[in-house]
Design a protein. Sequence first.
Length: 82
Amino acid sequence: MLKGLAGMSDGDIDERKGLEYAKSIPDALAQVENGDYDVAFIQRPVPVEQVKAIAETAANMPPKSTYFFPKVMTGMVFNPVG
């Protein structure tokens, strides 16, 4: 979602100034309806095959384009088990 469309630089986008990501369509629409943001862009999810193909290259994907649910509990991934 964007707030104040005019004059956003690449740095603003990188630092998420005036830019936010919603986890669901209802959340995005509610934030626009409440006036928190000016517009919401609803996009289809990136297919897993495309994520895999890009991961095999040196390319980077845009922020939040690889949002998946449900998430693996980070404690299981980053902490030793046993």
